[in-house]
Design a protein around this ligand. Structure first.
Ligand SMILES: NC(=O)c1ccc[n+]([C@@H]2O[C@H](COP(=O)([O-])OP(=O)(O)OC[C@H]3O[C@@H](n4cnc5c(N)ncnc54)[C@H](OP(=O)(O)O)[C@@H]3O)[C@@H](O)[C@H]2O)c1
Length: 383
C-alpha cells in the first residue's frame, strides 16, 4: 500500500467540488498493474460525473476516464482480468465493472508504456489498473497524445465505423468540429473518403476545424446551420449527423438529414436532449442512435481493434491529435471551467508533473489560439 495525489469529488457540483487529496494506492493484485500516469485526458464526460448528470458508483471518488503512463509494478501471477474487490473505496484502485469483460488480459512488465480510455478514477498520479483495460502505446506515440486520444479517438472510431458504417463519397455533418472528438472524428471521416461539414463556435475555431480536415465550416453562432447544410448538399441533406452538442443542436440536426438519414446524438455539451417523440422519425424514415463508448469496447477483442486502429493511424500520421491546452493535474477545476465555457480547442491534457505545463503552452487557451494550435500540431507530428 502506498499513497498518491488525486482529484476527487465528495459530492456532485461545480468545478469547486474538485479536491486535490492524498489517497491510498493498494498493491496490484493478480491481473493488475500499478501505473504511473504521465498524462491524463480531459473529457466532457468528466464534467457530467462531477456535476451528477451521470451518477458515479460511489463517493468520494476520483474522476477522469483516460490516461497514459508507465507500468511501475505488476501483480502476482494468476487471475488475469480479475478486478473484484481491489482497492479501498474512493482510492486509486481499479473500478469493478468499468471496463472490458474478457477473462484473460495481456501481460505487461515494469517500464512498459500503457494507455486506457474508459476507467473511472484517472485524475491521479498513480493507480492500480486491471491489465485487460490497458493497451500498449506504440513507439512514436507520446504519452500526452495517447492520453488525449484514447477516449475521444475510440469514440470517433465507433461513431464512423460501427454506429454508422461510413462509405467513401458520403457527406457528413460533425458538430463542434474544433473540439476534442470533433478534430479526430473529422479527420477519420475524411480518411474514409467523406466530405466533412463541421460546425464551430467562432471564426478562429473554424480555422482549427479546417486544419483538421473539414471541407466546409459553418459558424453556427452566426449562420443558420440547417440552411447552410442544405446549400452545401444541393438540398439533399446529409446521411448522418454526428452531434455531441446535444440540446442546442438536436432539432436543427434532424432537419439536416437526408431521407433515411441517421441522427447520432452522443453528448450533452449544451445540455441533455429532451425525450423524443418517435413519430418524428416516420415521415422521412429516419433513425436516431444514442450510443456510448463502453459497449463498443467491453470485449477485449473490440478494445484491441478500436485502440489498434486509432493508435495505428496516429503512429502513421494519418490522424493528428492536437493538444490545444495543458493544465497541471491539480488545476483540474480550471480545465473544467475552460471546457465548459467553450474556451478549449482540440484536446486537453492534465499533467501530474506540473513543470511540463509551461506558459507558452498555456497561452493556447483563449482568443487567437488557432494559429498557435495549428503550428504546435505540426510540431507534435514531427516529434
Ligand atoms: N457518447 C460517447 O461515447 C461520447 C464519448 C466522448 C465524448 N462524447 C461527447 O462528445 C462531446 C464532445 O466531447 P469533448 O470532450 O471532445 O468536448 P469538446 O468538443 O472539446 O468541447 C465541447 C464543445 O462543444 C461545443 N459547445 C456547443 N455548445 C456548448 C455549450 N453550451 N457548452 C459547452 N460547449 C458547447 C463547443 O464548441 P464550439 O464553441 O465550437 O461550439 C465546445 O468546445 C461531448 O458532448 C461529450 O459528452 C460522447
Amino acid at each position: 500500500m502506498s499513497k498518491t495525489m488525486a482529484i476527487r469529488i465528495h459530492a456532485p457540483g461545480g468545478p469547486e467540488v474538485l479536491r486535490w487529496e492524498e489517497v491510498a494506492v493498494p498493491d496490484p493484485g493478480p491481473g493488475e498493474v500499478l501505473v504511473r500516469h504521465e498524462a491524463v485526458g480531459l473529457n466532457f464526460i468528466d464534467t457530467y460525473h462531477r456535476s451528477g448528470l451521470y451518477p458515479v458508483p460511489s463517493l468520494p471518488t476520483a474522476i477522469g476516464m483516460e490516461a497514459a503512463g508507465v507500468v511501475e509494478a505488476v501483480g502476482p501471477p494468476g487471475g488475469a482480468g480479475s478486478v473484484a474487490g481491489a482497492g479501498p473505496p474512493g482510492g486509486a484502485g481499479p473500478v469493478a465493472g468499468s471496463g472490458p469483460t474478457a477473462a484473460a488480459g495481456p501481460s505487461f512488465r515494469p517500464g512498459d508504456r500503457v494507455a486506457y480510455g474508459f476507467g473511472l478514477g484517472a485524475y491521479c498520479e498513480r493507480r492500480v489498473m486491471p491489465v485487460d483495460q490497458l493497451v500498449p502505446i506504440p513507439d512514436g506515440v507520446d504519452s500526452e497524445t495517447a492520453a488525449a486520444a484514447m477516449l475521444k479517438g475510440m469514440t470517433s472510431w465507433y461513431l464512423c465505423r460501427r454506429t454508422y458504417g461510413l462509405s467513401e463519397g458520403e457527406t457528413v455533418l460533425v458538430h463542434a468540429a474544433a473540439g476534442g472528438v470533433g478534430t479526430i472524428l473529422s479527420q477519420w471521416c475524411k480518411a474514409l473518403g467523406a466530405t466533412v461539414i463541421g460546425t464551430a463556435g467562432s471564426a478562429e475555431k473554424g480555422r482549427v476545424a479546417r486544419a483538421h480536415d473539414c471541407d466546409h465550416v459553418i459558424l453556427y453562432k452566426e449562420e443558420d446551420f440547417v440552411e447552410r447544410v442544405r446549400e452545401i448538399t444541393g438540398g439533399e441533406g446529409v446521411p448522418v449527423v454526428f452531434d455531441g452538442v446535444g440540446k442546442a443542436t438536436f432539432d436543427g440536426s434532424m432537419k439536416c438529414l437526408a431521407r433515411f438519414g441517421m441522427m447520432i446524438t452522443f453528448g450533452n455539451a449544451s445540455g441533455a436532449v429532451p425525450p423524443l417523440n418517435l413519430l418524428r422519425l416516420s415521415a422521412r424514415g429516419l433513425t436516431v442512435a444514442r450510443p456510448s463508448l463502453k459497449p463498443y469496447i467491453d470485449r477485449r477483442e473490440d478494445l484491441e481493434e478500436a485502440a489498434g486502429e486509432l493508435l495505428g493511424h496516429i503512429a502513421a500520421g494519418r490522424i493528428r491529435v492536437t493538444v490545444g491546452q495543458r493544465f497541471a493535474l491539480k488545476d483540474a477545476a480550471a480545465a473544467h471551467r475552460a471546457l465548459e465555457s467553450r474556451a478549449t480547442r482540440g484536446c486537453t491534457v492534465l499533467l501530474p508533473d506540473e513543470t511540463r505545463t509551461g506558459p507558452a503552452r498555456a497561452r493556447a487557451v483563449g482568443r487567437g489560439a488557432g494559429s498557435a494550435l495549428v503550428g504546435r500540431n505540426h510540431l507534435l507530428l514531427s516529434r
